[in-house]
Design a protein. Structure first.
Length: 96
C-alpha cells in the first residue's frame, strides 16, 4: 500500500512539474499574430503582404524573421524579438 501511494505521489509530481514547464512557453500562434500585426503597422501594409519564417528560440526569448512587401518601397526584411514570456520587445528592420 505504501509503495503504491509513493508511486502515485511521484507520478502526480511529474505531471504537475511538466505542466508548469509547458505553460511557461508562450503560444506560438499568438507570437506569430503579434509579429504579423506589429510589422503590418510598422511598414504600413496589410497582413497579406507579410511573410514570416518559423519561430526561433533565442537567448533573450524568441525571434521571428520576416519580409514585408511595401510595393514601390520594396521588400523590407525585419525581425520580431520577444522576451521569454512572449511579450513583443522590438521589431528590428534589417539594415542594407
Amino acid at each position: 500500500m505504501r509503495h503504491s501511494t509513493l508511486l502515485l505521489a511521484a507520478s502526480l509530481g511529474l505531471v504537475l512539474a511538466s505542466h508548469a514547464v509547458a505553460s511557461d512557453r508562450p503560444d506560438p500562434g499568438k507570437l506569430t499574430t503579434r509579429c504579423l500585426d506589429a510589422a503590418a503597422d510598422k511598414f504600413d501594409v496589410k497582413n497579406d503582404y507579410i511573410q514570416l519564417q518559423p519561430i526561433q528560440a533565442a537567448d533573450a526569448g524568441y525571434t521571428i524573421a520576416g519580409t514585408a512587401d511595401a510595393g514601390m518601397d520594396g521588400k523590407k526584411n525585419f525581425t520580431c524579438q520577444f522576451d521569454k514570456k512572449g511579450k513583443l520587445a522590438n521589431i528590428v528592420p534589417e539594415s542594407k
